[in-house]
Design a protein around this ligand. Structure first.
Ligand code: ADP
Length: 383
């Protein structure tokens, strides 16, 4: 457990008497105290002294207490700041609380008031540190788990797959047709398992990849055509017809091409997997003031109203007679990717009639030509 008694405290106030009084009272309690007579010196000392708690006067010559508070909080969100207010400044007090001050101490204050507020503020600091520790611990466990899955699970699985291939090749010894049939089935099962691991790893990495660097303009019409082409043989097996209507050829979104492709691929393959023989999938675009919306409508088994809200939860699958096999990760991945792009997924469905999965993307991320939305054909052009 952390020792709550002896801490480092910095007092920033242009009134020498306040600094001295605080230093004396707080040192008597065993704390290590430093003082600064102005905002600039205060900030320098903050960096060097690394205090657990800071008292800062709101009204000082030079940079204001509010500014000191802002800069400190920008630097370290865990540090606890108490503002000292000298005059009737309820607005300032409110403003400083909004800017992240823990509490405020009106002048003049008694020794007891100072000690009570110090003790509460240090307790807050302790809680901040504990919370930070838990967050880091959780993140560490998540990273470890990802590493464990990829190395301890995926690597041996790939090795087993290679052994099966080797056996199948007949090199270690001749294989009867019955044995070869069994090896082939093993391969299919192993492949499914590897795919599951890969999807799960992908999902975990997307969470890490919350950065928008590397985004580029992606032309959606071409991308959708590419995906339709890619899944054609799967669609033909079920005689499912796929068509896309009204996607402007110039429409682009600022995003990650591979990720967006994964969204479309997942939605279209689901549309095939959960469709009836001879069914169809239609992809249409519509818009509202702020969004471009892409509807993926199928004529499949549909989803019960009670299940719709569960769609997209990791590993969630609906157990339904005749439904295709899967991992329940596809839509979780779709949702994460859309989230990164500032968009979302909406689902409407009628059981045994079909479903519409709508990809909603913000217009500010999209444009209709290469010049950031400046459209020559725009009727509202004012020149
Ligand atoms: P998977 O398809 O691998 O099970 P998904 O996350 O893609 O995983 O889908 C989760 C569940 O949502 C599926 O198991 C299925 O029950 C349901 N589902 C997804 N897409 C459709 C669809 N187009 N029509 C009906 N049900 C669907």
């Amino acid at each position: 457990m952390m020792n709550n008694d002896k801490k480092r405290i910095l007092v920033i106030d242009d009134e020498e008497v306040i600094c001295d009084a605080c230093a004396q009272i707080l040192s008597q309690e065993g704390h290590q105290v430093d003082t600064a007579s102005g905002g600039m010196v205060g900030l320098e000392k903050f960096v060097r002294f690394a205090p657990d708690l800071i008292f800062v006067d709101l009204k000082m010559p030079g940079i204001s207490g509010i500014e000191v508070l802002e800069r400190i909080r920008e630097y370290d969100k865990n540090v606890v700041v108490v503002v000292i207010t000298g005059y009737a400044t309820i607005e300032f007090a409110v403003e400083s609380m909004q800017k992240g001050a823990f509490d405020f101490l009106p002048k003049p204050f008694s020794q007891e008031e100072l000690l009570i507020i110090t003790s509460r503020a240090l307790q807050k600091k302790k809680e901040n540190l504990e919370r930070e520790y838990l967050i880091q611990e959780k993140e560490r466990m998540r990273q470890n788990f990802i590493a464990l899955v990829s190395h301890e699970l995926r690597t041996p699985m790939v090795a087993v797959m290679q052994y099966v291939e080797l056996l199948l090749s007949g090199v270690p010894g001749s294989v009867t047709s019955r044995q070869s049939e069994i090896y082939e089935r093993m391969k299919i099962r192993l492949n499914d398992l590897l795919q599951l691991i890969d999807r799960w790893l992908r999902l975990s990495r997307i969470e890490e990849l919350k950065i928008k660097e590397g985004f580029s303009d992606v032309t959606l019409a071409t991308l959708i055509d590419e995906v339709i082409e890619m899944v054609q043989s799967q669609a033909q097996e079920k005689q499912v017809k796929i068509s896309s209507v009204g996607i402007p050829s110039m429409l682009t979104i600022n995003g990650d091409r591979e990720m967006i492709k994964e969204v479309f691929t997942n939605l279209i393959t689901n549309g095939i997997k959960y469709n009836r023989i001879g069914g169809s999938i239609t992809i249409k675009r519509r818009e509202d003031d702020e969004h471009h919306i892409f509807d993926f409508t199928d004529t499949g088994i549909g989803i019960a109203p009670t299940e719709v809200e569960n769609i997209g939860r990791e590993f969630y699958r609906i157990h339904k007679e005749g439904a295709a096999a899967g991992s329940g990760l596809g839509l979780a991945i779709v949702k994460k990717i859309l989230d990164i792009h500032g968009g979302r997924l909406e689902v409407r469905s009628q059981e045994d009639q079909g479903s519409t999965f709508s990809v909603v993307l913000p217009k500010e991320e999209t444009s209709l030509n290469d010049e950031g939305g400046k459209n020559e054909k725009n009727e509202n052009n004012d020149h």
